[in-house]
Write a protein that binds this ligand. Structure first.
Ligand SMILES: CC(C)(COP(=O)(O)OP(=O)(O)OC[C@H]1O[C@@H](n2cnc3c(N)ncnc32)[C@H](O)[C@@H]1OP(=O)(O)O)[C@@H](O)C(=O)NCCC(=O)NCCSC(=O)C[C@H](O)C(=O)O
Ligand SMILES: [Mg+2]
Length: 299
């Protein structure tokens, strides 16, 4: 029987999640000057098979302390997975990203391996949802964020692989993909996970990229997986906060702080009904705005 652990997933800024091939020395050298919220050092797709074993994970030790560090390994069943996991854990990232997760047993296998190999409890797992089976099982996979020690923290959508396996391309507007993107979003939220939208391959098409960022944000996504430095600024902007919404959130927080509202579940704020669920939303938004301000203040 699986023990259910009420795990608290700490709030993180994940507006821009830049992927860097772990064997590209020039990109690795550049990455620590970039303003991405998180960096994925990729041992999977972007690394040629002959370089997988010698990938440059030592770059992690020199990374910006306020940037979340993630290593994407090869699938555990791929023949490279165990070797990658050993190297990844030794490098001390914040999280390990598992590609092509198809069922809860894929998460269980990684959790078991981490437990048996004394990985720190703080080490999180991220999962790519990018195959038809992964999509069909996405709610059960998300549920492992509340079980299996609560290691699972975040989903990342992979539309290149999903397009390959389903024949559904990521055309502008992603009309036929939106139902699947929303299914992944719903599963993630149902288990308290963050969820990152897929990469936009045409990195020279700034307008197309921004349109897709807006769409991802409106669908409720926390951020976007990126492939090029030019995509960081727009992603930080579009997945950031709206200043008017932040001011409104602070007004809601201040209103519920008033002594006369201490016991109230619902109040009248300038002619609008505001409930404690709105206070929860307001606190979350204000916390995100504070994180962004702190990030900007860093030299
Ligand atoms: C796509 C690229 C191969 C393009 O590289 P390049 O031709 O070098 O582009 P530029 O000349 O415009 O680069 C300008 C400078 O920026 C550096 N650079 C480029 N990309 C990165 C990066 N990702 N991180 C850090 N720095 C980067 C270049 O080195 C240039 O700097 P300098 O050398 O000093 O002049 C390349 O962008 C790239 O390889 N991107 C990442 C590809 C990748 O990670 N792919 C895997 C993720 S996608 C995925 O996972 C799909 C998913 O699984 C799915 O199924 O959908
Ligand atoms: Mg993929």
């Amino acid at each position: 029987m699986t023990t259910v652990i009420a795990h608290h997933h700490p709030a993180r800024l994940r507006r821009s999640v830049l992927c860097v091939p772990a064997d590209n020395a020039r990109a690795l050298a550049k990455v620590r000057q970039l303003a991405a919220d998180a960096v994925i050092f990729d041992l999977e797709d972007a690394v040629a098979p002959e370089h997988k074993g010698e990938a440059l994970v030592r770059h992690l030790s020199k990374h910006r302390p306020d940037c979340e560090v993630v290593i994407r390994i090869n699938a555990l069943g791929s023949g490279f997975g165990q070797m990658d996991l050993t190297a990844a854990v030794a490098a001390g990232p914040d999280a390990i990203l598992l590609p092509k997760v198809e069922s809860p047993s894929d998460i269980q296998a990684a959790v078991d391996w981490l437990g048996e190999n004394d990985a720190p409890e703080s080490l999180r797992l991220w999962a790519m949802i990018e195959t038809p089976r992964g999509l069909l099982n996405v709610a059960a996979i998300a549920e492992t964020g509340r079980t299996f020690g609560g290691r699972l923290d975040c989903f990342v959508v992979g539309l290149n692989d999903l397009g390959k396996d389903t024949g559904v391309p990521a055309n502008p507007g992603r009309a036929y993909l939106v139902p699947w993107l929303m299914q992944i979003l719903l599963a993630a939220r149902g288990s308290g996970l963050d969820v990152i939208d897929a990469v936009y391959n045409d990195f020279r098409d700034a307008d197309g990229f921004e349109a897709e960022c807006r769409q991802g944000r409106d669908m409720g996504y926390d951020g976007k997986m990126l492939i090029h430095p030019a995509q960081i600024g727009p992603a930080n902007e579009h997945f950031g906060v709206d200043q008017a919404a932040v001011e409104e959130a602070r007004a809601i927080i201040a209103a519920f702080d008033l002594p006369e509202n201490a016991d109230k579940g619902v109040i009248n704020l300038h002619g609008r009904m505001v409930e404690r669920l709105h206070l929860d939303q307001a606190l979350k938004l204000a916390a995100k705005a504070d994180m962004i301000e702190r990030r900007k203040a860093k030299p």
